[in-house]
Ligand binder design. Structure first.
Ligand SMILES: NC(=O)c1ccc[n+]([C@@H]2O[C@H](COP(=O)([O-])OP(=O)(O)OC[C@H]3O[C@@H](n4cnc5c(N)ncnc54)[C@H](O)[C@@H]3O)[C@@H](O)[C@H]2O)c1
Ligand SMILES: [Zn+2]
Length: 368
């Protein structure tokens, strides 16, 4: 078992990571003095698979529980669903000391965190992430959100959980696509911050796909430490430090949007975004060919795409441009000067960005 502290003064909390730690959840919650009545937000699949166990652990420790099921889809991250959840929460919350448990992947986590942040101006909540992506990324750091038709994550708040409880055994039931999707974020962390993790990933592909608990624990621990460290230094992304977590995401988001959120899932789009970012880094003379190749090979090793297919370059460029215009932000990219060396570069010429995007159609990024 590993523990990582997210150090934020009075709002500090622990991330607990391990295989077979689930039975200890009740004791952790009791110690936090978090409330007595758990409003558990999850989906039907997860309730069927793990609900009885969760209920047993919680009621065995004297907690009163209520499950609120939401649909298993990104569409669940909406104001409409949040409103329904809040109404049910208010009904449940009669003469109780209620707290929320987010039991699921990033969709459930973002929605539950958002509800916790606005209900009665903020109540306690706990993240129990069940996907690799949620364990290494979305459950940590207090970014909560729902989507609007106009764009993803447009309504939300920074609102920290009281505990993140990452039970690795939950990952056994994830399908391989979800594991790969999470691995894209893991590769992102290794590239921006951790040479040791990068080498570890180069050697452990088989163990990862076999969901080897010790291997996954090492990975989730490393990523949790990186994210906790960044959140500690720049909780609300005001200093620009937290933005290094967007490595691969600027163009990744444009690829996701250009494909109508159907051609590529988030992890695949981020992988392609990383390929473009590495190419830009190379064109600007920031990174050497060998490091660039290692990054490309690692992305490929984990079954993630390194070549864009089926989405037009023009659409990606338009989506990128629209995103910048929409957010009113200057053109700012997270590039790299080598493995573990992030570099923020501003005002890159549009032509260069276009060339790098077009290069990714031929997997050129690191070949020349
Ligand atoms: N808040 C943040 O900082 C942050 C960071 C990154 C991503 N996100 C958000 O996270 C969301 C994506 O999260 P995700 O990738 O976890 O997707 P998800 O929550 O949709 O989960 C993916 C799928 O896996 C299933 N699932 C979950 N746990 C499972 C398990 N143990 N076994 C089998 N199946 C399981 C889910 O039911 C779902 O079908 C996006 O909405 C994204 O915007 C937020
Ligand atoms: Zn991401």
């Amino acid at each position: 078992m590993h523990k990582v502290r997210v150090n934020l003064g009075k709002r500090s909390y622990q991330i607990v990571i391990g295989g077979g730690i689930f039975y200890q959840l009740g004791a952790y919650l009791k110690k936090l003095d978090i409330g007595t009545d758990a409003f558990i937000i999850t989906n039907a699949f997860l309730k069927n698979k793990y609900g009885a166990k969760l209920l047993q652990v919680l009621s065995g420790n004297g907690f009163n529980c209520h499950f609120k099921l939401v649909a298993d889809s990104e569409k669940t991250k909406s104001i409409e669903t949040a409103s329904l959840v809040i109404k049910e929460l208010a009904k449940f919350d009669q003469k109780k000391k209620v707290f929320i448990i987010a039991f699921g992947g990033g969709v459930v986590g973002d929605l539950a965190g958002f509800v916790a942040s606005v209900y009665k101006r903020g109540i306690n909540y706990v993240q129990i992430p069940t996907t690799l992506l949620a364990q290494v990324d979305s459950a940590i750091g207090g970014k909560t959100a729902v989507d609007l038709d106009l764009g993803k994550n447009l309504v939300g708040a920074f609102y920290q959980p009281r505990l993140v409880f990452s039970e690795i055994n939950f990952l056994k039931s994830l399908d391989i696509m979800q594991v790969r999707c999470g691995m894209a974020e893991v590769i992102k962390y290794a590239v921006i911050k951790d040479q040791k993790l990068f080498s570890f990933l180069e050697n452990k592909y088989q163990k990862v796909v076999q969901r080897n608990p010790a291997t996954l624990e090492t990975i989730i621990h490393a990523c949790s430490r990186i994210k906790a460290g960044i959140v500690y230094r720049d909780e609300k992304e005001t200093l620009g430090l937290r933005s290094i977590l967007n490595f691969g995401h600027t163009i990744g988001h444009a690829i996701e949007a250009a494909g109508g959120y159907k051609s590529y899932n988030h992890g695949q789009a981020v992988s392609l975004g990383m390929i473009v970012a590495v190419d830009l880094s190379k064109r600007l003379g920031l990174i050497d060919t060998q490091s660039a190749l290692r990054i490309r090979n690692l992305i490929k090793l984990y079954g993630l795409p390194i070549k864009i297919k089926g989405v037009s370059a023009a659409k990606i460029i338009r989506a990128h441009y629209h995103d910048k215009k929409f957010s009113g932000k200057e053109n700012k990219f997270v590039l790299i000067g080598g493995i573990g060396k992030p570099r923020i570069v501003r005002n890159i010429k549009l032509d260069l960005i276009k060339e790098a995007i077009c290069g990714a159609f031929f997997a050129l990024p690191v070949s020349g």
